[in-house]
Design a protein around this ligand. Structure first.
Ligand code: LLP
Length: 430
């Protein structure tokens, strides 16, 4: 393995006959069976990532609620369910997926700023562990719906700690001007308002300051702030028995240094370890990002004069992260080059009619030709879940590998199928 393959975890990737293979399955073999583009996931790597974190956190009694939004494929979720993971959901749809994947309702927490009546009712009826309320307005809504159902809802209040996570602005959630959580300075109202709510049990607090956070300092700052709030609320007579610390643990996409599970555990221990709260985290990216790649085929190498474009058959609709966050994904040819070959600079672009449909600019790569397969690395998180059908494209499939075998776990949704979702009004004459 070389620098080209630095972001393909060596525990599950290998080179077979000069070609990339995941858990002993050649990428080219899957491409021949499934067509391109497609997501390819490693069962083993999902497990390794989960176990690495869960084992580091076990001595602190921290439970792990996997953030479904990172990769919500039911087969992937079921790997985590078998490991004993809980789920962090942000919609009724994710609840349906978590349950379908075998995660018990009693291990599900529900976050999100805009939960509808129907979603809250669905969650309460299912008997989930906890709803993380993001506003006083939402507390009232949960109280009303729980009352209608004749239940008492276990609720944690998500607090906005006003801490800068030092990450991309579009995935920062813990600053005062973000829409998330209740301002830490506005918890004074809680005492009176809770008294007036008969169907809510305030069980704890929750916090989540953003995603792809690479330093432990913002976590430490936020967790310490939460510890202060827990103590303050307890002094005012509230029984705060749970603390949900959110997710956001960053990972390397290029050469970044990311916090290790033991560093995360140490941060938790030092800041909130002595509160006597049942602790939880909600990681998404760090569990699945490096367990998945997007496999795509080069359609053309276009000589654009100054710039050489490699036009691939995946588009921003399949992997939105580069267009949305200027994210970096390593690109690796499936047939690995001779070690002494000279690299060329490519702009790797998709077929979508927007300039933002660009996966890499001036990327040094071994020479590419039409028909070559390449993988976009570290695409297991927020890849397939954010994919769409823009430009009337088929929905990208997902393939799961497990110790030498593979299965399509979401098939390509063709245009014929998608047309079946639409209807022609009777007044349209053709
Ligand atoms: N908990 C809550 C309440 C969240 O909002 C999120 C992510 C997580 C947990 C999981 O965070 P993670 O451990 O995955 O960082 N689409 C973006 C990331 C958006 C994250 C949104 N919230 C991306 O592709 O980078």
């Amino acid at each position: 393995m070389t620098d080209l393959t630095r972001r393909l975890p060596a525990s599950c990737w290998s080179v077979l006959d000069g070609e990339l293979a995941l858990e002993g399955v050649k990428v080219s073999e899957v491409a021949a069976a499934v067509g391109t583009p497609f997501y390819l996931y490693s069962t083993q790597r999902v497990r390794e990532n989960y176990r690495g974190l869960a084992e580091a956190l076990a001595p602190l009694g921290v439970s792990v609620h996997y953030a479904m939004k990172a990769c919500a494929n039911v087969a992937v979720v079921s790997i985590l369910a078998a490991e004993g993971a809980g789920a962090d959901i942000v919609s009724g749809g994710e609840l349906t997926r978590a349950l379908a994947g075998g995660i018990p309702a009693a291990r599900v927490v529900f976050s999100g700023v805009g939960k509808t009546d129907a979603e809250i009712a669905q969650a309460l009826k299912a008997g989930i562990h906890q709803i993380n309320a993001e506003s006083y307005e939402e507390l009232w809504r949960i109280d009303r719906i729980a009352g209608e159902l004749g239940l008492v809802a276990d609720v944690a209040l998500r607090v906005n700690p006003d801490v800068d996570a030092d990450t991309h602005a579009k995935i920062t959630t813990g600053k005062r001007d973000n829409k998330f959580g209740v301002d830490a300075d506005r918890l004074g109202r809680l005492d009176n308002e809770l008294k007036a709510m008969g169907n809510i049990r305030l069980v704890g607090l929750a916090v989540h300051i953003g995603s792809q956070i690479l330093a432990t300092k913002p976590f430490a700052e936020a967790y310490r702030r939460m510890a202060g709030l827990v103590r303050g609320l307890r002094e005012r007579g509230h029984t705060i028995e749970r603390l949900d610390l959110g997710g956001g643990f960053g990972i390397p996409y290029q050469n970044e240094l990311a916090p290790t599970p033991s560093e995360i555990a140490a941060t938790i221990r030092e800041t909130v370890g002595d509160l006597g709260c049942a602790l939880a985290v909600e990681p998404g990216r760090s569990i699945v990002a490096d367990a998945g790649v997007l496999v795509t085929r080069v359609e053309f190498v276009k000589d654009g004069g100054e710039i050489r474009f490699a036009v691939v058959d995946a588009g921003m609709n399949d992997l939105m992260r580069p267009a949305m966050y200027d994210s970096h994904h390593d690109i690796v040819p499936v047939k690995l080059p001779e070690s002494d070959i000279e690299y060329l600079a490519y702009d790797v672009v998709g077929p979508i009619c927007e300039s933002s449909d660009t996966f890499a600019k001036r990327r040094a790569l071994p020479p590419l030709s039409a028909g070559d397969l390449v993988v976009l690395a570290t695409a297991g998180a927020y890849g397939a879940t954010m994919a769409g059908t823009y430009n009337a494209r088929a929905l990208v499939p997902e393939v799961l590998v497990d110790a030498g075998r593979f299965a399509v776990v979401r098939r390509r949704v063709s245009l014929e199928e998608q047309l079946g979702w639409e209807a022609m009004p009777a007044w349209v004459t053709r």
